[in-house]
Design a protein around this ligand. Sequence first.
Ligand code: ZN
Length: 252
Amino acid sequence: MLCLSSSLTWGAEPPQNLFESYRFVDLAYPLNETNQYWPGDDYTGFELKTIATIEKDGVLSKALSLPEHLGTHIDAPNHFEPNRPDVSQLTPEQLFGPGIVIDISLRAEMDVDTMLTTEDIKKWEKKHGHIPEGAIVVLKTGWGRFWKNTVRYQNRDARGQLHFPSFSAEAATFLVEKRKVRGVGVDNLSIDRGISTDFAVHHIINKAEKFGLENVADLDKLPARGFQVLVAPMKIENGTGGPTRIWAMLPK
Ligand SMILES: [Zn+2]
């Protein structure tokens, strides 16, 4: 009886308890017309149009248009693989999990095409401990500091080829098969490197019905581990991704 009544009390007042015990870091950039997005041929930028004003209509209201893969967003499993869940079908069990940050930003300063290797992951584990099952592993490449600068963020060479670091196919396979991650994320445009032509990491992640997070913000505010990640994408039916709020929940 005691047990039941205390769980009922908690159920009535969860926010107080939650914010007494945890602080939150918002890992999403605010959506606006300067947001970075995959430079695909038919992709257009962010648009927010006012369709009613308080002065004229007694209410302020706007209409929104944007590609699914703009700004801080999720890649749903159906993005690169057929017959996989769309973004609206992802559940809290798939989207909430322990967070891990692996930092390759120093190496990325010397080599913009560098990638996370299995060796890097094993080194990280030697220092910080085993990656728990169901983790959300976010790669820090240092690209966040170029967020407001499209030229630096895309980092094209003279031929127009993009150059930025990301996961290797080998590391993605290791994280999916050996560490059973919930999903992966990165602080730049893609979970595959800028020079990738086969998008192998996207295929590996999506085939396993896992998600990718791209343009994740403010990784400087996170420790290497010891926090939870709450991923909350827009619920677009048949969507292949979409704008996503991401919160890291850290014990106080
Ligand atoms: Zn995407």
